[in-house]
Design a protein around this ligand. Structure first.
Ligand SMILES: [Zn+2]
Ligand SMILES: [Zn+2]
Ligand SMILES: [Zn+2]
Length: 312
């Protein structure tokens, strides 16, 4: 930087214990220095003289909001300062309400850089809040709030572990367990999370079944409801089946309601195939017995091909 410009800078600055007020020329209401027909930003000069390195694109007096200020520490804001400036913290345990920017869905965001600049960075104050409290979570982690307050950024109210996020959205009753989170148009609950930086959406009843059994639902197999409530995630109400079983289950319930037990304990060719497939994928005999309402021996016989030999 040329000495003349630096001299020009200091000549026009009136330092106070707080702001450094610009006494020089203004251009578009912002401090400016004109030297040899070129314009220079006193704010940039101030930052450079202070030896501050920043990625911040917009050098505005973010701290004091005094349009004439060129105090370098009032121009640059580190993300933690920005965070604390935008949080209303009443106590350690109560909600910390975010007073800063929010996105279109009403969730807290932080943003640095010029409004017209594509390099503008947007990120989550919640993630920063966890970091400040010493919890480092991987990139692309979804965060929910226990308190259900959209604006809350209290790390004690935040959940980032998928299992915790799942339970946070379940309301247990003696009968069905109600999914209180997002449901699709068919009323099935949906749980989304990030895995290997991909966004994954899974049916919450499927997640529940897998969590309960510690197994993965085999490909092409559905997780069906005995209770006919798509939003229910009580694993005791869930069973594995095919599209066919799902309809048969509904039909059978219709029949049961009419007082018939005809379908009870009856296996079909489709069910036999399914039992063998499920057993092979590691589903225990006891669980298959419950699911198909036949005895364990019947399941074992089907699997060992003692019965239903003609089915390959
Ligand atoms: Zn200032
Ligand atoms: Zn809260
Ligand atoms: Zn249920």
């Amino acid at each position: 930087m040329e000495q003349t410009i630096i001299d020009e800078f200091w000549k026009n600055v009136e330092k106070t214990p707080g702001c450094w007020n610009w006494k020089g020329k203004l251009r578009c209401n912002a401090p400016t220095i004109t030297y040899k027909t070129k314009n220079y930003s006193p704010r940039k000069i101030s930052i450079q003289l202070a030896g501050i390195i920043t990625n911040q694109k917009r050098l505005k007096p973010v701290i004091c909001k005094n349009n004439l200020c060129v105090n370098p520490t009032h121009l640059v804001v580190d993300d933690r300062t920005y965070f604390w400036n935008n949080v209303q913290k009443l106590s350690d345990d109560k909600c910390w309400n975010w007073k800063g920017l929010i996105n279109t869905e009403g969730y807290p965001i932080m943003r640095f850089g010029s409004l017209h600049n594509s390099s503008r960075i947007t990120y989550s104050p919640r993630k920063l809040s966890l970091q400040i409290s010493g919890i480092v979570i991987p990139n692309h982690t979804m965060i929910s709030v226990k308190c259900r307050n959209k604006l809350c950024v209290n790390p004690k109210h935040l959940l980032w572990n998928t299992i915790d996020r799942f339970w946070n959205q379940v309301q247990k009753t003696e009968d069905c367990w109600i999914w209180t989170g997002y449901t699709n148009s068919d009323m099935y609950g949906q749980l989304s999370y990030h895995k290997n930086s991909k966004n994954i959406v899974v049916g919450s009843h499927i997640y529940s079944w897998e969590l309960y059994t510690g197994r993965q639902v085999p490909k092409g197999i559905l997780v069906c409801h005995h209770c006919d409530h798509p939003w229910c995630v009580n694993p005791q109400h869930l069973f594995l089946g095919t599209k066919n079983d799902n309809t048969q289950d509904m039909v059978s319930k219709g029949r049961q309601n009419r007082g018939s037990t005809v379908i009870f304990s009856k296996l079909t060719e489709d069910k036999v195939k399914l039992i063998r497939e499920l057993r092979q994928s590691g589903i225990p005999v006891s669980q298959l017995s419950k699911q198909f309402t036949v005895s364990k021996t019947a399941i074992k016989d089907v699997v060992s091909r003692k019965t239903w030999k003609h089915i390959p």
